[in-house]
Ligand binder design. Structure first.
Ligand code: RUB
Length: 318
């Protein structure tokens, strides 16, 4: 898939979910670099920077996207030779995709250790990382049952319910507003994340914070499954995570909206769950309490003071 097609698919959500978006962006940079005919470093850098800007502009909230782009683009900042810049960039793109898939699988293994035989697990939206934990627990022979929310307005819960059903996991499909009603039957909540800030707040699909609040009230553990590249380094500098607001057409049909001249339809795509409502964050590098987000950013993303001056986040390869 070429650059423009990838950008279009991320924008229209044909490619969605923070991890998949990140891998698609890395792949698009790889393809774009392979297709570039120039042998001039200045021209190559310009073309790749334009590609990076296009990809990063597609969806504003998932930090995995700029983190992936920055990781892949890093050689363009340092290399002075065209060939090694290009080779290094392509190598990094392939490495990112591989490591991202390995991270999800490792999160599944670690996350499954937090699920007990007989547990009823609630998940929200469609997260590869959260599902990896549930699917791994099931594969290990645990008898688990899942509550999966619908996820209005884009119905990502349909994908989750299908995945769970196909795996042979007993699944209850519920409307988003029924989460608190059913919380008394739930032992554990697991969701994914689009971004995790330095103070441990978790940005994920709209409705996540309500579920976390209901879980807190019912003394049900709330876990977040997220690769380390979902942590947002530049929140150390006070930068905020932009919450995407999508078209009202996703919520009600345009003709219905036209008949309601005094009504504004709002459609925020994500919300922020404060660290107080998150028990643990399961990453490929281990399990962290949200209060340790700064440590993850420093030790796993290798964020250092030099990066404080960069416009975009940067995570070191090794
Ligand atoms: C997807 C969503 C997912 C996270 C994590 O939102 O909120 O929970 O992206 O997913 P959207 P993953 O459908 O709007 O992209 O664990 O797969 O990265």
């Amino acid at each position: 898939m070429n650059l423009e097609e990838t950008a279009r698919k991320i924008r229209t959500m044909e490619i969605r979910g923070a991890g998949r978006i990140a891998r698609a962006a890395a792949n698009a940079l790889y393809v774009h670099s392979m297709e570039e005919k120039t042998t001039d470093l200045v021209h190559y850098r310009k073309k790749m920077n334009e590609a990076a800007d296009l990809l990063v502009s597609t969806r504003p909230t998932a930090v995995s996207l700029p983190n992936a782009v920055n990781l892949v683009m890093r050689p363009l900042k340092n290399e002075s030779d065209f060939l090694s810049a290009r080779q290094n960039l392509e190598k990094r793109a392939l490495a990112f995709m591989k490591r991202s898939e390995e991270a999800v699988s490792r999160i599944g293994t670690i996350g499954a250790r937090h699920i007990r035989d007989g547990d009823v697990v609630l998940t929200h939206c469609n997260s590869e990382a959260a599902l990896a934990c549930i699917l791994m627990a099931h594969r290990q022979g645990m008898d688990i049952e899942v509550y999966a929310t619908e996820v209005r307005p884009r119905n990502q819960g349909h994908i989750t319910a299908k995945t769970l059903s196909d795996a042979g996991i007993k699944t209850n499909f519920i409307v988003d507003s029924a989460a608190r009603y059913f919380m008394k039957e739930v032992d554990l909540c697991i969701t994914g994340a689009d971004a995790i800030t330095v103070n441990g707040s978790v940005v994920n699909k709209i409705g996540t914070s309500q579920i976390a609040l209901a879980a807190h009230e019912a003394r049900v553990n709330f876990l977040v499954a997220a690769e380390t590249y979902k942590f947002a380094p530049w929140t150390i500098l006070g930068q905020r995570i932009l919450i995407e607001e999508r078209s009202s057409d996703e919520v009600i049909p345009a003709e219905m909206k036209n008949a309601l001249p005094n009504v504004t339809v709002r459609n925020p795509t994500f919300d922020i769950t404060p660290a107080d409502y998150v028990d643990l964050i399961i990453t490929e590098a281990g399990v962290y309490p949200p209060e340790m987000a700064y440590t993850v950013i420093k030790e796993q993303l290798h964020w250092d003071n030099e990066d404080m001056t960069s416009d975009l986040p940067y995570c070191e390869e090794e």
